[in-house]
Design a protein around this ligand. Structure first.
Ligand code: C2E
Ligand code: MG
Ligand code: MG
Ligand code: MG
Length: 285
């Protein structure tokens, strides 16, 4: 390894670092054009009511169809969008597209679906956030109570005073808030009480080991009990098996989301699900 052939390795390393930097820069240049070139699109993942089996909402998840590289995951380009500030216009596009789609489903399926949209920290800190949300709702006609903004613990903990002010404004509009990836960050229980959050989404890392992993089972039960004690709704994300669904049902979890219930899907597939409400859950692919 490095000890034996340091010189060659250094060369190899620096050239691969150069490649990495170059591809990063190329990706950034591409991302700047992605919106204008209509390379971004949304998939929607169903959220299912554990008690009734009904689809009650969806989460919008963005994808980038890169002209050369194919489909790029948000885990790769959202951090880049955050770094460059591009997340603000991208986030606005996501919000508008999702609200428009929610209205389209209301017309086609004659029922109200909740639409969950992820907000990253930079978007949450943007001083125009409230205005962007208000105008997306106004222009599409979506009922604010059907829009749920997903924030992470990290976003909420950042700066207490500014956070409270933004949350007050969002509450004023009437949109709902949920905490995404719950359990992976730092949450003060005191904050949870003050923030007026509708839902906690248990991070999929706790769900993936169920039902065997007894520690994750204990954490999952504790989160559900706490959320219910605080009059919050609990969503389990990353549900992949029937055994996981069964356990979550037994624990009294309210909503489930995951490959077992439905993959993130194009809007047409969700329309199909809405028009055939008795369909079996999609098996894991
Ligand atoms: P997230 O909000 O926690 O979304 C859940 C992620 O888990 C999604 O990954 C989804 O495809 C994946 N997932 C769903 N069910 C399962 C399952 O059963 N098993 C496993 N292993 N995974 C499952 P995705 O779509 O790659 O998104 C990753 C993250 O990127 C999201 O995590 C969110 O933080 C961020 N993101 C996605 N879309 C947006 C967006 O429009 N705006 C912002 N700011 N962030 C976004
Ligand atoms: Mg989310
Ligand atoms: Mg999550
Ligand atoms: Mg996440």
């Amino acid at each position: 390894h490095a000890k034996n052939c340091g010189k060659n390795n250094a060369k190899l390393y620096s050239s691969s670092l150069t490649m990495q930097i170059m591809s990063h820069v190329k990706l950034e240049v591409g991302l700047r054009k992605a919106l204008k070139n209509e390379e971004l699109y949304l998939l929607y993942q169903p959220q299912i009511d554990v008690r009734t089996g009904d689809i009650v909402g969806v989460e919008a998840l963005v994808r980038w169809r890169h002209p050369e590289r194919g489909i790029i995951s948000p885990t790769e380009f959202i951090p880049l969008a955050e770094e460059t500030g591009l997340i603000v216009p991208i986030g606005e596009w996501v919000l508008r597209t999702a609200c428009k789609q929610a209205m389209a489903w209301q017309r086609v399926a004659k029922r109200s679906l909740r639409m969950a949209v992820n907000l990253s920290a930079k978007q949450f800190k943007d001083e125009n956030l409230t205005q962007i949300v208000v105008s997306a709702l106004h222009d599409t006609g979506l009922d604010p109570r059907l829009l749920e903004l997903e924030l992470t613990e990290g976003t909420l903990m950042d700066d207490a005073r500014a956070t409270m002010a933004t949350l007050e404004q969002l509450r004023g509009i009437g949109v709902h808030l949920s905490i995404d990836d719950f359990g992976t960050g730092y949450s003060s229980m005191n904050y949870l009480k003050r923030f007026d959050v509708r839902a906690l989404k248990i991070d999929k890392s706790f769900i993936s080991g169920l039902p065997q992993d007894s520690e994750n089972a204990a954490i999952t039960r504790a989160i559900i009990a706490m959320a219910h004690g605080l009059k919050m709704v609990v969503v389990a994300e990353g549900v992949e098996t029937d055994a996981q669904l069964g356990l979550l049902q037994e624990y009294g979890c309210d909503l489930v989301q995951g490959f077992y219930l439905g993959h993130p899907s194009p809007h047409e597939a969700i329309t199909q699900m809405l028009l055939q409400p008795c369909a079996e859950p999609t098996p894991t692919k």
